[in-house]
Write a protein that binds this ligand. Sequence first.
Ligand code: AMP
Length: 211
Amino acid sequence: MLGPPGAGKGTQAVRIAQRRGLAHLSSGDILRSEVKDGTELGRKARSYMESGGLVPDDLIIAMMVGRIEKAAGPGFLLDGFPRTLAQARQLDERLAALQRRIDRVIHLVVGDDELLNRLTGRWTCTKCSAVYHERNSPPARAGTCDACGGELKQRPDDRAEVVANRLRTYHEQTRPLVDYYHGRGVLVDVDGQAGMEEVTRAIESLCERGA
Ligand code: AMP
């Protein structure tokens, strides 16, 4: 799942992974839980995450390849990884050694103004990572997750000044992956500004048809 922060990668990845029995591997969620648990990786990653920059490639590759190796079931859905060309190239090499491959890349396309609005109004469940938006999709009870009753908070990196940096980082470092995967014939664009159900349907039908 490829796209800028706020494009809906996490929301869509949870739905698609559930429906298709895939392991959902979100680099951002894994990093946040490492930070919360105070692990060595979490301590190293924290300052990069808080500034809206990227965590160094070697840390991310080791973390994600470890999860892929452990993932049971028919396949896995990567969300937020890879995010640099170096990560994508190393991922390809490591997957080839495991006789696996990326067979489809869903590119969620959303304009910057919409992303800014989505991210700065976003509230995230501290327990289950479900996301809400203060205007577009508020929870039934303010501050409480509809799904699990957990507390909703604004992610520190969803503050306006950090969001601007995350978008810049996306354009500079992650956007080149669109050409990389396009060149391999596995990339498909999906309009991420359509309604949530419509986006899910579009992704599902691509999964059925093949890229
Ligand atoms: P996300 O939840 O995907 O927006 O990720 C939150 C933050 O975690 C990012 O702003 C980065 O600092 C870090 N991060 C997540 N995935 C990666 C990755 N593949 N490479 C480097 N940093 C990452």
